[in-house]
Design a protein around this ligand. Structure first.
Ligand code: SDX
Length: 433
């Protein structure tokens, strides 16, 4: 980043301070306010960080006005069409697409780390069978650090690299175990002869009693869906991972913090909420009623899968997800799927409504993903775990970038205090009374 000019902050004609303006390779310039408090005794104030850059990064770029998403400079549309998810993982972690030999080595390394320590299965027995899979994910992924003492030195690049491999390799196994545990079916062990997504689909949907023949159309669709979920700049869960990592916490704890944050319905929990919403709407004839509810300030209902903090144009992932959804439904002979038809009609009506047009509320990545997962036979309470499986590599890439940044320090925001000023406990106050 380069300092391109300085900005004077004035108050009542007096110059309060001069702040450097920094420029990146593309996107908005930033005002470096690091010296603001020292020079003015004031903080900035930006709840929700709508205008705040928390870091510099080389990983993902979003132009929300233009609906552009780049992973290491490559457009998401091209990556989704021409690459596999593991190639995108390599790109996000290393900054460049892999050569054939690099890809072979990376994929082979991931493959041999897909199994989890057998004692990890004991953690599941402590959960009720109907526990939400994200609650189990938080518990089990967080417990991984109890098994990998050999590589928890975050200052060691080698330890960071092996932790990244272990998480990318093992999270799908744990996601599949969450599903199996909820059904009472036995856990499925990984099979090294299968590809990353074939392996996941077999662990998730297969049983020990039958040979699992993965459908190549569905495998490619899920591989693409993981690419679409892989990273998204400084979203809430990624920022959570960065903040947790800034304290020096181990990578498993940081990724667990990201999983916990992703669970929220305003974030990664939206895909499950979209499917529940579509089921609640039930019929195209009910759409106007729900559009009216979404517009009613007194009604907490929001159109799940619509809107985005950054995209004020179409979310490029939603378009790709819609196409993938149609491919999967056609392959499965479900092209007249009522939920999909309802979603298409809901999207059409919403995008013609002035409320959504004026507030620039477009379908986001979560709007169609739930329908695809549902068609693939994945239960709705597993949808956010699927999102976490794709996003794990993005979280790790940002965590590693932050740890390797020589300027990084523990994240410690300040506040605008509006509480009681100093006061004394009443002299006659007696705790035993
Ligand atoms: C993800 O950040 C990321 O990158 C996230 C993500 C990623 O890949 O990591 O892209 C994944 O989280 C996608 C978003 C999934 N969430 C949902 O689909 C839930 C429904 N969407 C909303 O909750 C909302 O749109 C957010 C949370 C996504 C964005 O909220 P903002 O940016 O804080 O916007 P806002 O709440 O201030 O809304 C602006 C206005 C408000 O009206 P006014 O107060 O200005 O009158 O738009 C309205 C909101 O009421 N609005 C909606 C709406 N979303 C915003 N009204 C109805 N339905 C909606 N979905």
């Amino acid at each position: 980043m380069t300092t391109i000019r300085s900005l004077s902050l004035n108050e009542n004609v007096h110059s309060l301070c001069e702040l450097p303006v920094l420029s990146g390779t593309t996107g908005p310039d930033v005002i470096n306010v690091e010296a603001l408090y020292k020079q003015t005794g004031m903080f900035t104030y930006d709840p929700g960080f709508t205008s705040t850059a928390s870091c510099s990064s080389t990983i993902t770029y979003i132009d929300g006005e233009a609906g552009i998403l780049l992973y290491r400079g490559y457009p998401i549309e091209q990556l989704a069409e021409k690459c596999t998810f593991l190639e995108v993982c390599y790109l996000l972690l290393n900054g460049e697409l892999p050569t054939t030999s690099e890809m072979f080595k990376f994929e082979s390394t991931i493959t041999i780390h897909t199994m989890v320590h057998d004692q990890l299965t004991n953690f599941f027995k402590g959960f009720r069978r109907d526990a939400h899979p994200m609650a189990i994910m938080v518990g089990v992924v967080g417990a991984l650090s109890a098994f990998y003492h050999d590589a928890l030195d975050i200052k060691s690049k080698n330890d960071r690299d092996i932790s990244a491999i272990r998480l990318i390799a093992k999270v799908p196994t744990i996601v599949a175990m969450c599903h199996k545990y909820s059904t009472g079916l036995p856990f499925m062990y990984p099979q090294n002869k299968l590809s990353y997504v074939e392996n996941f689909m077999r662990m998730m949907l297969g049983t020990p009693c039958d040979d699992f023949a993965p459908n190549p159309v569905l495998v490619r669709a899920l591989d693409r869906i993981l690419i679409l979920h892989a990273d998204h700049e400084q979203n809430a869960s990624t920022s959570t991972v960065r903040l947790a990592g800034s304290s020096g916490a181990n990578p498993y704890a940081c990724i667990t913090a990201g999983i916990a944050c992703l669970w929220g319905a305003a974030h990664g929990g939206a895909n499950e909420a979209v499917l529940n919403m579509l089921k609640e709407i039930g019929d195209v004839s009910h759409i106007p009623k729900y559009i009216a509810k979404a517009k009613d300030k007194n009604d907490p209902f929001r159109l799940m899968g619509f809107g985005h903090r950054v995209y004020k144009n179409h979310d490029p992932r939603a378009k790709l997800m819609r196409t993938t959804c149609h491919e999967v439904l056609t392959e499965l002979g479900l092209h007249d799927n009522n939920l999909f038809k309802l979603a298409l009609e809901l999207e059409r009506i919403a995008l013609e409504d002035n409320y959504f047009i004026e507030k620039k509320l477009y379908p986001n990545v979560d709007f169609y993903s739930g329908i695809v997962f549902h068609a693939l036979g994945i239960p709705s309470n597993m949808f956010t775990a699927m999102f976490a499986m794709g996003r794990t590599v993005g979280w790790i890439a940002h965590w590693a970038e932050m740890i390797a940044d020589p300027d990084q320090k523990i994240g410690r925001p300040r506040q605008l205090y509006t509480g009681a000023t100093k006061r004394d406990v009443p002299k006659n106050h007696n705790t035993s009374s």
